[in-house]
Design a protein around this ligand. Structure first.
Ligand code: NA7
Length: 544
């Protein structure tokens, strides 16, 4: 006779991974490598995550391809050829598919399956995840590899639904090539990284382009063209050494170039030379060894502003495209070799919303405080409910039925950027209070997934207890995050999505750990080595 009680839930698998971007694909592979049964759910129809959804013309990565890639497998490093120093969206998506096939994880993934809820059963020590299609799966460990920029921000503009023509979002651009802007009057709202990339492409085919800019951004040159064969050879020689070396850096990658002199030790002429060299070499953000100092940052910011103005012919447009209100890095800076030049085309017009705000969207176009601009199409490049948005898009409830929305009511709290008090055995890679969007996301994905599975193996080695961080660990980690943010020029003084300022009513808290990748990695592994002193280990559930 079976001893299993019929009313006690049993796990369907050890691990569930939600999301099939950089972190999700690697998590599925790690699960299999370590002998866990695993299921994956992905709301898209293919792997790719960010690189699946953001299929707008001009989309590309502005981190160099040789950095923005996996390094866990030597053959993958050696068998994939990047065609460009900074790869475009389609190529990165193909790369992720290539890796998923190589790792044989596609068989584990259910596509077109959006996970809507995750509930913890304390007595059973299990998570139950449910999808929009009504499927449920029960597991011991849940990994929400759902990305930091995957929940598009709803446009907070009156009349959005009134527009008579088509409206497209960069964050969910049709992948079938069906959008044709040829000869159209197009309005683009938003001038973050996506706007900066899509606007030159729109301008190539549209009859008229009106760019609605609320905040001007820094735009600096980006590397392009074939990768240096010597760099490629260096990477392929010993990928594991490269992987380890990335984890020893501040940003989780190795810049190709950086200034070798200190701002504080240079005279005026020396600083100018260093800035000119860095601009030509496309590493202006790292023009000095001490570029992080506020005075060095101010010199870099001024230099970029001057360079930006030089490119644009019309003085009013040039003046208004330059970010005067925040230092370089306060908001996510943009990179492009063609964006500013686009404004020299006679059919491209800048609308400065600080001077003439949008009043509402009409069926025939956009009305600002001074004019109505007739449009055939609107492109929204209006960004994301960053970092916490994707977490809230899933109804998560943990111990005592407490919801994540409740736990994070005054902004994200967690320990080491991955686990939240009250939510045992739930892991959130790429999320809040980790190096995430200020580091190389590919390196971070590997590091966090390694740490998660090292934690899971450790837990299983202990007879499957359950673990979640202590409240005081969360307080400490939040304080650490703020302490390092205070050292970053503009981090706490600039309105940006790093701190939730782009979403009306969202709690303002700087959500990215900027103590550096090396320190982050070491802090994670110190916990593991010391038996997780910053966490509560809960007893294993009693067998049913
Ligand atoms: P971003 O960087 O959040 O940019 C969104 C842009 O849209 C930004 O210029 C916003 O102005 C603007 N925006 C948002 N809402 C409005 C309204 N209501 N009216 C006018 N303008 C608005 O998102 P991206 O997709 O460009 O980039 C996301 C990340 O992807 C990027 O940082 C890289 O990591 C890659 P604001 O600055 O808020 O005044």
């Amino acid at each position: 006779m079976s001893t299993t009680q019929p009313n006690v839930i049993q796990p369907d698998c050890d691990v569930v991974v939600v999301g099939a971007g950089f972190a999700g694909i690697y998590a599925l592979w790690q699960a299999r490598q370590r002998g866990f049964s695993v299921r994956g759910f992905e709301r898209g129809s293919d792997v790719g995550g960010t690189w699946y959804w953001n299929a707008y013309p001009g989309a590309r990565c502005d981190v160099e391809s040789y950095n923005y890639a996996y390094f866990f497998d030597d053959d993958i490093v050696r068998d994939w050829d990047w065609s460009d120093a900074c790869a475009e969206q389609g190529e990165i998506k193909r790369y992720l598919r290539f890796v998923a096939e190589r790792c044989d994880v596609l068989r584990d993934i259910t596509f077109d399956a959006q996970v809507l809820a995750a509930r913890y059963d304390e007595a059973a020590g299990l998570w139950t995840l449910s999808t929009a299609a009504g499927e449920t799966v029960v597991c011991r460990y849940a990994i929400l590899a759902i990305g930091a920029l995957s929940d598009p921000k709803a446009p907070d503009i009156e009349g959005v639904d009134d527009f008579a023509g088509p409206a497209w979002f960069t964050s969910s651009w049709p992948r079938d090539g069906s959008v044709d802007l040829t000869g159209k009057r197009v309005g683009v709202i938003g001038t973050g990284s996506s706007g900066v990339q899509v606007i030159p492409e729109v301008a190539k085919v549209a009859a008229e382009v009106h760019v609605f800019q609320r905040t001007a951004n820094y735009v600096t040159p980006v590397r392009s063209g074939p990768m240096d064969p010597a760099v490629v050879a260096r990477l392929r020689e010993d990928p594991q050494a490269v992987r380890q070396a990335f984890r020893e850096t501040y940003g989780g990658h190795m810049p190709l170039d950086m200034g070798d002199e200190r701002f504080v030790e240079l005279d005026e002429a020396g600083r100018q030379r260093a800035l000119d060299r860095a601009w030509a070499g496309k590493y202006i953000d790292l023009a000095f060894k001490d570029a992080y100092l506020p005075e060095a940052n101010a010199a870099i910011s001024d230099y970029i502003r001057r360079k930006m103005q030089e490119v644009v012919d019309d003085p009013w447009t040039a003046e208004h495209l330059v970010p005067w209100d925040h230092p370089y890095g306060g908001k996510r800076p943009c990179m492009s070799n063609v964006y500013l030049q686009t404004y020299n085309l006679p059919h491209v017009h800048l609308v400065d919303l600080r001077e003439t705000p949008i009043e509402r969207i009409l069926p025939e176009g956009i009305r600002t405080s001074t004019q109505t601009i007739p449009l055939d199409v609107i492109v929204y490049a209006t960004g994301f409910d960053a970092i916490s948005g994707p977490v809230f898009a899933i109804d998560i409830s943990g111990l005592d039925g407490r919801s994540m929305k409740d736990a994070w009511a005054d902004g994200p709290k967690n320990y080491l950027g991955t686990m939240v008090h009250g939510f045992p055995n739930l892991f959130l890679p790429s999320s809040a209070l980790s190096p995430s969007v200020l580091a190389n996301m590919a390196t971070l994905a590997e590091q966090q997934v390694d740490f998660i599975f090292d934690t899971i193996e450790w837990l299983d080695g202990q007879g499957r207890p359950r673990l979640h961080p202590l409240p005081e660990s969360e307080e400490h980690w939040r304080a650490e995050t703020l302490r390092y943010a205070a050292r970053r020029p503009g981090a706490l003084t600039t309105k940006s999505w790093y701190s939730g300022a782009n979403i009306p009513g969202k709690p303002r808290i700087f959500m990215v750990y900027c103590g550096g990748f090396k320190r982050y990695n070491e802090t994670c592994y110190r916990e593991l080595e010391e038996g997780f002193p910053g966490y509560e280990l809960m007893a294993p559930p009693r067998p049913g």
